[in-house]
Ligand binder design. Structure first.
Ligand SMILES: Cc1cc2nc3c(=O)[nH]c(=O)nc-3n(C[C@H](O)[C@H](O)[C@H](O)COP(=O)(O)OP(=O)(O)OC[C@H]3O[C@@H](n4cnc5c(N)ncnc54)[C@H](O)[C@@H]3O)c2cc1C
Ligand code: SF4
Length: 508
């Protein structure tokens, strides 16, 4: 019979960080690490092949590093079923006096592991990866009628001394978005620095083969795979981003171009979310590049806002509002997600491009997620829980604490305006302005009815018609609603008929 251990330290697939608090006081003579590849983590939503490879490959590399350090580790390679059953067996085998777990990134996992612990005491330790603890965020939220990212972000800047000159923001403003967000213009982006991709080593190749075999019917493809899977690679990817792409990040943050998935973005979300990188080191590198004169302030500030602002803010909202948050559907959106979201097989060029690269690489940048796939689902009226399941499945960086508030709150307005101050809605004209997609498309973003009407434009007006009463006096949407007054009854009918045809699949 095995000797009972003191602490069994549970390390989940998005906790690949030796500094995690669950390791505090770890004694290799008394304690053990437990890691497990549970198939259910790839099946509770229909996880894409690229995403599963990302998690399993990074876990196996972390396990290798722990073994290299001489830590006693029990690592279960891919097994059927869920984490909870696997943990029950591990407890029966190792008979630990206590379990230790850094706060997980998924409410569902936390409940399952709590239940699995049974009579064995389970210490949930603070996740120090984040700059703002759940308790700190709750204090920020307490007593506020409205939560807004911008105010939270300013508090974080002050509290952590980021981009500050004394008590004032560097450059005199908190936000430089007015200088950002250009489109590329008719000739496109021109030369683009190549993304940092890593040739899979033997461990990753083995994972790719495993995923291709066990999850063959899952969306997307496992190969080619080039994401960072260990800390050294993540640090290299960070350095190249700071040197080559951050200088242009702000300016082109919202731009899109057909066949160009990478542009000037960081491609660091998965490395951050799996904890291969610490957000403090990413923020510090961006600030140092600005202070060293290598990056304009609007790029450094725009980038830092995403990490110190949005990333921490959405996590705060997740833990403040779960589990009810996941069930919300403020606009009572009733429709099923169109099946082509899982294949990209649609004549709408913008969507075919965004979904195609998503399934190939497990990646799309923020504006593609918010203003192409997300916008379409919102205007179409897809039930938000189905939209959530799609986003959680397809991106290599998808972990529920960050994916859910972005999808349900920011993109689908399903929380009724808790996270974002208004629904992000636009016609196809927005996509036309920010990309080249419409040039080669069979639809026309300027038309809302008729054979060539762009589905985004039709559905935009249909959305306003459906929600006219709700948003007529909304401070940030009333102007858009007012434009309905110019549309007569016959055209309203034509819009609704065309929107129905889009939903019936007879248009696109
Ligand atoms: C519907 C929807 C779903 C999303 N799902 C996820 C998700 O599952 N995981 C995820 O990490 N991000 C998600 N995002 C946020 C954002 O789109 C991605 O973080 C970003 O596109 C990742 O690419 P990048 O690393 O090149 O980011 P960049 O555009 O270069 O941004 C830099 C970093 O800032 C952080 N960041 C940027 N925007 C956000 C945001 N809105 N919320 C939180 N962090 C942010 C990320 O860590 C990112 O790596 C989602 C956004 C939307 C609209
Ligand atoms: S016309 Fe409409 S569907 Fe076609 S690419 Fe433009 S926005 Fe997308």
């Amino acid at each position: 019979m095995t000797q009972p251990c003191r602490h069994l330290v549970v390390v989940l697939g998005d906790q690949l960080n030796r500094d995690a608090s669950a390791f505090d006081g770890f004694d290799p003579a008394l304690d053990r690490v437990w890691m497990c590849e549970a198939a259910e983590e790839s099946t509770h939503v229909w996880s894409s092949q690229q995403r599963t490879v990302q998690f399993l490959a990074a876990m196996r590399h972390f396990a290798q590093a722990l073994r290299g350090e001489g830590l006693p580790l029990h690592y279960e390679t891919l097994r059927e079923g869920g984490l909870a059953d696997a943990l029950r067996e591990a407890i029966a085998h190792w008979r630990p006096a206590r379990l230790r777990l850094t706060q997980p990134g998924d409410w569902r996992v936390l409940q399952a592991l709590r239940a699995a612990a049974g009579d064995t005491p389970l210490d949930i330790t603070e996740d120090r990866h984040f700059l703002c603890s759940s308790a700190r965020f709750a204090a920020h939220a307490r007593g506020r009628r409205q939560l807004r990212m911008e105010f939270f972000y300013r508090e974080m800047r002050r509290e952590h001394g980021v981009l500050m000159d004394g008590d004032q923001p560097c450059g005199g403003a908190w936000n430089y978005d007015a200088d950002n967000r250009e489109a590329f213009g008719p000739n496109g982006p021109g030369f683009l620095p190549p993304p940092t991709r890593f040739e899979p080593d033997a461990i990753t190749r083995e994972v790719i083969a495993l995923v291709q075999q066990r999850f063959a019917d899952h969306p997307g493809q496992a190969d080619p795979f080039g994401w960072p899977v260990n800390r050294a690679q993540a640090l290299q990817a960070l350095q190249v981003f700071i040197d080559e792409r951050l200088p242009h990040f702000g300016r082109w943050q919202d731009a899109m171009w057909t066949g160009e998935p990478w542009l000037y973005h960081a491609h660091l979300a998965a490395a951050l979310n799996l904890k291969l990188l610490n957000p403090r080191e990413v923020i510090a590198a961006a600030e140092a590049a600005w202070r060293g004169g290598r990056v304009p302030l609007e790029s450094a500030e725009g980038f830092i806002r995403q990490i110190l602002g949005w990333r921490e803010y959405v996590r705060g909202i997740y833990w403040l509002r779960m589990p009810d948050y996941a069930e919300q559907n403020a606009l009572a959106a009733p429709h099923d997600l169109p099946a082509w979201f899982w294949t990209g097989d649609t004549p709408m060029r913008c969507l075919a491009d965004a979904i195609g690269q998503t399934l190939r690489h497990g990646y799309a940048h923020h504006i593609q997620r918010l203003m192409v796939t997300g916008l379409f689902a919102l205007l179409y009226g897809v039930q938000p829980q189905q939209v959530h399941a799609w986003y959680l499945s397809v991106y290599v960086d998808a972990v529920e604490w960050v994916e859910l508030p972005n999808t349900l709150g920011m993109s689908q307005y399903a929380d009724g305006g808790l996270l974002a101050s208004k629904p992000y809605i636009a016609t196809g004209r927005y996509i036309e302005r920010m990309s080249d997609h419409c040039r080669g498309c069979r639809f026309d973003p300027g038309q809302r009815t008729g054979e060539r009407a762009c589905p985004f434009t039709t559905l935009y007006w249909d959305f306003l018609l459906r929600h006219e009463a709700r948003f007529a006096s909304h401070p940030r949407l009333a102007l858009q609603v007012k434009n309905l007054a110019r549309i007569g009854p016959a055209e309203r009918e034509a819009i609704v008929a065309r929107a129905d045809a889009v939903r019936a699949g007879s248009v696109a």
